[in-house]
Structure formats: structure tokens, C-alpha cells
Ligand binder design. Structure first.
Ligand code: NOJ
Length: 531
């Protein structure tokens, strides 16, 4: 069973904000902290109680803020320290926790540590990064080319798993670990409630044995950072690309004081073969992945994250089914599958009203360093049309368009042309239009989050799956303190589903005509009952 800390975390519902694209308050076409403040009441209305803000620290913005040049200051594009203070206060006034994004694996090459480090082999910062006379491994960087870059100034190579302007920090150096203790303490004292931890499984490496992540000291370093008494109350969620149960347990079990939880990414490949090729799949396959990780979470007492979207993937529903005819049904079906399970829901901006991946006409419209490098690397091999098609299917920019608050000239995001084109489908898909519709995805999200809040069975309950693996639907129950909730999600065109209880009272459905537990379910129809 969970202790008090994890039981409290289970009540969280987190909303992820990509600040550049959320809301522009100062009219420069780039979203900012004051824009977030303006929307806190909206977020409260949605029913979330925590926000995770993607990096808003000082940065040259080569990777939209994941390249940080000062961890304890705000980038002027987003505002200043007073703005973040006000944002935290205003959020707390509304009982909304604030999570910041901690990027510990690398800095920007503009960070003072790196600028000093590259000057010579013997300066106070020389061992803050990985420097060698020759590349030590044949690792490739995430967005193309070798992960080793030569510096004329120092006459050596440094390691960068991401862009060349994002050198990897050497966590085996105790001084680096001390720096991050100070950063975490700084923001904790400032009032933040926790962190999303960028690729934190990469901070321990073993170059000699070709191990780029989950190296020999990973648990020691993470526990050393977050297990300290002064910060152990913080909520931390790791972006950990690890697949095995044992690592999940070690990284997140309550008594180990490493991370509170981590994102489990197995289902992120749903609907595609690699990053850029569609692969139609049935929601039953998504169900099976979810069901597997739920059982892992129950068996080992782990906090699980319930998410489909983030800023690194095109909107999930775009590759999950027929969004042309069934966008509402699909979005609400997936929301039901996830948010009635045990774990912490994470909702990515725009997801709550059914945003779809945006499509771009030309490479000039893309902003993501990964997309642009891919285009240049593969243009010759695949030709322009095919590469653009691939990018439109899989690039990170396809979830980074400005939030379409309404269908006006700049979608209520800004008064001027935004930094990245508006969503290509913004006239049909925007919050205002969604709310005016009888089939409003936003209203369904509100209802399901309210249901979660009001029914402890959904937050804490045991899970029992009632449907069989061969069924093309999913029925499960959640029981707690003598109460029972049954959730029913249909994946096929039509299904006859029998709820094995007589006294099922309907709490919520995405079919406005449904009044009770009658057996006929249409495609993607969901219903939640109290027994
Ligand atoms: C994962 C982040 O989510 C992504 O946006 C970023 O580019 C890399 N880590 C590098 O920080």
C-alpha cells in the first residue's frame, strides 16, 4: 500500500503547458508566463490541480528552452522572476500546484559552466562535461550526426546526446551534483511543488561499456538529489525511456526516495511504425498495454502516469482512429480509458478539446530543430513531398502550434502573427467552437475529471478486469471501501456488452442518448456506472 505522500499524489491531475504556444500576453507572438496567469481560471474550470510548465529558464532557445543557460532565471521571452512568483502565487491561490521542468542531463553551450569548461583542461569547470581527445563511443546524436563534437578552443571532443549546443553534463563529478542540489533547493524555496525531470535516466553513463543511460550510479544520483530531507516532499516525475519492470520499481518506489513516478512510454508508439510511418492499430492493443502496466503498478505499489500526449509527439488521437468522422467519440473514449484507471492524469494543452496534429505546407513552417535536421538529412533520399508527409505525420511541431482558443485571426493566442503557424485545422477545431457543440470534448473532460474527484473508487480503488482478452471492448471495475464503479469502453463498430450487475446507475457516457446500462454500444462508445 502507498504511504501518505503517494496517496496524496494520487489526487493530482496535471496539465502540461508548452509556454511558447499557450497564451501570448505581451503581444510578441510568443506565449509567456503572464499568458499562463490569464488562463488559470480556465484551467481551474477544467478541473486540474497541478501544472507542469516546460522550461521557461534563460536559454538561447535552440531546442525551445531545453537548452538552458541559467537555471535560476527566467528567459525574457517568457517574462521575469516577478512573473513566475506571481504565477506560483496565483496558482496556489487556486489550489493548483506548480511543477517546473528540470533539465539535468545537459545544459546549453551558452551556460557559464560550459563556456568556462571549454577554455582549458584545468579550470574549475573543466570536468563538468565529458571531454576526451578522441570520441569514446560511436553514439549518434538524437537529431543526426555524431554525439561527439570537436572544440577548437579546448582541442578536445565533448559529448552531446542532443544538439551540438547541448553538451551532456558529467554527473560523476560531485561538483555537478552539488550544483543541481542548489538548483532544486532554489526553486523549492521559491515555492514550486515539484519537477518533471527531463531524460533523467541518462544522467549516469558508462562510456567504457557503451551504456548511455541507466548507468551504474543512476539510483544513487537521483536519490542524492531528491531523497534529501529538505526536498523529499516534492513531486517528481521522470521522463525515463526504460521498459523493464525492475527499473520502474527501483526508480519510483516510495521508500527508495528517488522519483515519485515516471512516464512509461510503451504506448507512445501506438499507431505508428517508427517515428514517421503510420501503422493502423485497434484500441484493443492500447488496452492491452495499459492493462499490463496497471498490473505492474498494482503488484509493486507504483504510481503510474496516465498520459497520451506531450510536446514531443503529434496529438495522439491523430493516429488512433477515424478522426474525420469520430473525433469526439475517439477523444472521449481514450480519455475514459486512461482517466478512470489508477495513476496521475497528465493532459497536454489543447488535448482537452480534441486538437489534432497540425499540417504544414513547407519546411519553412517547421521550427523544431529535429524536424529541420531530418528534412535536410533525408530530402535527397525521399524527395520533398515524401519527407514533408513524414514530418506532418510524426514531427514534434505537430503538437506545438498555438493553442486555438477560438477561430479568430490569431486564434485568441496572440494579437500578432505567432512564432509558429496556427494549426492548419484551427477553424474547425478550437475551444470556442468545441464548447458550442453538443458533442463538446472539453465538457466531457470536465465531467470525467469531476467524476474522478468525487469518486474515491477511481482514485484509490482496486482494479478488476471483467472483459476477456479476446473481446473488442474493455470492461473493468474499480472498488474501494465497499463502493464500486464499472467502466465500459467499446472499440468496434457495434458491440453487445453486458454489465454483470443489475443495479448499474449511469454516471457518464459520451452517447447523449444513453440512459442506462442497455447492451448496445456504438463505435468508441463509453459509459461509467456506479453499482
Ligand atoms: C526531452 C524533451 O521532452 C524534449 O523536448 C527535448 O528536446 C529533449 N528531452 C532534450 O532536452
Amino acid at each position: 500500500m502507498f504511504g501518505k505522500k503517494y496517496n496524496d499524489f494520487l489526487k493530482m491531475v496535471v496539465y502540461q503547458i508548452y509556454p511558447r504556444s499557450f497564451k501570448d500576453a505581451n503581444g510578441d507572438g510568443i506565449g509567456d508566463l503572464r499568458g499562463i496567469i490569464e488562463k488559470l481560471d480556465y484551467l481551474k474550470e477544467l478541473g486540474i490541480n497541478a501544472i507542469w510548465i516546460c522550461p521557461c529558464f534563460k536559454s538561447p532557445q535552440a531546442d525551445n528552452g531545453y537548452d538552458i543557460s541559467d537555471y535560476c532565471d527566467i528567459d525574457p521571452e517568457f517574462g521575469n522572476m516577478e512573473d513566475i512568483k506571481e504565477l506560483i502565487n496565483e496558482a496556489h491561490n487556486r489550489d493548483i500546484k506548480v511543477l517546473m521542468d528540470l533539465v539535468a542531463n545537459h545544459t546549453s553551450s551558452e551556460h557559464k559552466w560550459f563556456k568556462e569548461s571549454k577554455k582549458s583542461k584545468n579550470n574549475p569547470y573543466s570536468d563538468y562535461y565529458y571531454w576526451y581527445d578522441e570520441p569514446q563511443t560511436d553514439w549518434q546524436a538524437m537529431w543526426g550526426g555524431s554525439a561527439w563534437e570537436y572544440s577548437n578552443e579546448r582541442n578536445q571532443y565533448y559529448l552531446h546526446h542532443y544538439d551540438i549546443t547541448m553538451p551532456d553534463l558529467n554527473w560523476d563529478n560531485p561538483k555537478v551534483r552539488e550544483e543541481f542540489n542548489k538548483i532544486v533547493d532554489f526553486w523549492s524555496n521559491f515555492g514550486v511543488d515539484g519537477f518533471r525531470c527531463d531524460v533523467i535516466h541518462e544522467i549516469s553513463k558508462d562510456l567504457k561499456n557503451n551504456i548511455m543511460s541507466m548507468g551504474p550510479h543512476i539510483h544513487e544520483y537521483i536519490n542524492g538529489l531528491f531523497g534529501r530531507p529538505e526536498v523529499e516532499h516534492l513531486f517528481t516525475v521522470g521522463e525515463c525511456w526504460v521498459w523493464n519492470e525492475e527499473s520502474f520499481c527501483k526508480l519510483t518506489k516510495e521508500e527508495r526516495k528517488e522519483l515519485s513516478t515516471m512516464f512509461q512510454f510503451q504506448h507512445i508508439s501506438f499507431g505508428r511504425d517508427g517515428k514517421y510511418t503510420p501503422k493502423p492499430q485497434s484500441l484493443t492493443e492500447l488496452r492491452d498495454i495499459l492493462s499490463h502496466w496497471q498490473s505492474v503498478s498494482y503488484k509493486n505499489d507504483l504510481l503510474y502516469t496516465l498520459f497520451t500526449d506531450n510536446h514531443d509527439q503529434p496529438y495522439f488521437i491523430s493516429r488512433a482512429g477515424d478522426t474525420k468522422n469520430k473525433r469526439y467519440e475517439l477523444a472521449t473514449c481514450i480519455a475514459t480509458m486512461f482517466y478512470t484507471l489508477r495513476g496521475i492524469p497528465f493532459i497536454y494543452q489543447g488535448q482537452e478539446f480534441g486538437s489534432l496534429a497540425s499540417e504544414f505546407d513547407s519546411i519553412d513552417d517547421f521550427r523544431d530543430i529535429g524536424a529541420i535536421n531530418y528534412y535536410n538529412d533525408y530530402l535527397e533520399e525521399f524527395g520533398k513531398e515524401k519527407v514533408l508527409q513524414q514530418l506532418n505525420f510524426g514531427s514534434r511541431d505537430n503538437a506545438r502550434h498555438p493553442v486555438a482558443w477560438d477561430g479568430s485571426e490569431f486564434n485568441g493566442f496572440s494579437d500578432v502573427e505567432p512564432w509558429i503557424p496556427l494549426s492548419s485545422n484551427n477553424k474547425e477545431i478550437n475551444l470556442k467552437k468545441d464548447c458550442e457543440s453538443e458533442k463538446s470534448i472539453f465538457k466531457f473532460y470536465k465531467s470525467i475529471l469531476k467524476l474522478r474527484k468525487e469518486n474515491d473508487e477511481i482514485v484509490y480503488g482496486e482494479l478488476k478486469i471483467l472483459s476477456r482478452p479476446e473481446d473488442t471492448y474493455w470492461v473493468f471495475e474499480r472498488s474501494y471501501n465497499g463502493g464500486k464503479i464499472v467502466v465500459c469502453c467499446n472499440f468496434e463498430e457495434e458491440n453487445n456488452i453486458i454489465i454483470p450487475y443489475k443495479n448499474a446507475k449511469l454516471l457518464l457516457s459520451n452517447n447523449i442518448d444513453r440512459k442506462d446500462a442497455s447492451n448496445n454500444y456504438s463505435a468508441y462508445e463509453v459509459a461509467i456506472y456506479r453499482i
